[in-house]
Design a protein around this ligand. Sequence first.
Ligand code: ATR
Length: 279
Amino acid sequence: MTQLFGLIGHPVGHSLSPAMHNDAFKRLGIDAHYQAFDIDPAQFSTAIQGLKALGIKGFNVTIPYKVDIMEHLDEIDPLAQAIGAVNTVCNVEGRYVGYNTDGEGYVKSLLQVVNERELSAKHVLIIGAGGAAKAIFYTLASQTEKPKGIYLANRTVQRADALIGACPIEVEAEAVSLLHAKELLQEVDIVINTTSVGMHPNIDEEPLDLQRVQEGAIVSDIIYNPLETKWLKNADQAGAVPHNGVGMFIMQGALAFEKWTGRAPDKKAMEAIVLKHLN
Ligand code: ATR
């Protein structure tokens, strides 16, 4: 019997997850299929009931359902609970368990360019205070080797303040304005854009003026469409190290795949599929 997996969201048309997961199933000889389901908000509860009735083995959750899905689950992992959003659901013998692999996926992709041990000596500046920022901030805070300090910059500073205040994990952090963040670039080692500023089709926008960025600092964008945002191109020109969002996308998917199947997918193959579709 072919096992069913999927993605729920609205819209989901451009998602690369089906191609990535279906290829991974094939490579490991797992008889399974991953399907994207575009669910109308008015039909959300009915659709979830339907997926459960069909015995779906696991699914990813994307915008706008990462919060709404939580009340339909039997159990929620503590980190996902703290983040307040679920992007991965596992059917464990009929019990639906929610996780958030976005933050962990991001941190794993960051650790490909920063040594884990070195992270504890770094000052990080996160731009944005939405769901993605929360997942990344809380996951960084929960690392054994956590950053020395985290600045959280947002257009609306109160939102950054609230995000830090609600974090259940002890970490040195401060909410700042975007204006202040521009100056702080002189002292931070890692800058992370978690907003959608610069994402296709608004490719001329940038989340923060990089004039004062340190040479060798890591400038990281969670956006992967375009692969290299204007902001990352500027970072490169300023002598910083650009880090795009492909790694986060692959790692969050690989973590979900491992939770569903107990098997580790070939991440290089996943990356190749994603890059083929983006280029
Ligand atoms: P997500 O869940 O994808 O993180 P979100 O919760 O809507 O999305 O959060 C979007 C983030 O991008 C917020 O930090 C938002 O800033 P505000 O809290 O001030 O709204 C930020 N953002 C979006 N568009 C922006 C823009 N044009 N300039 C600056 N920040 C922007």
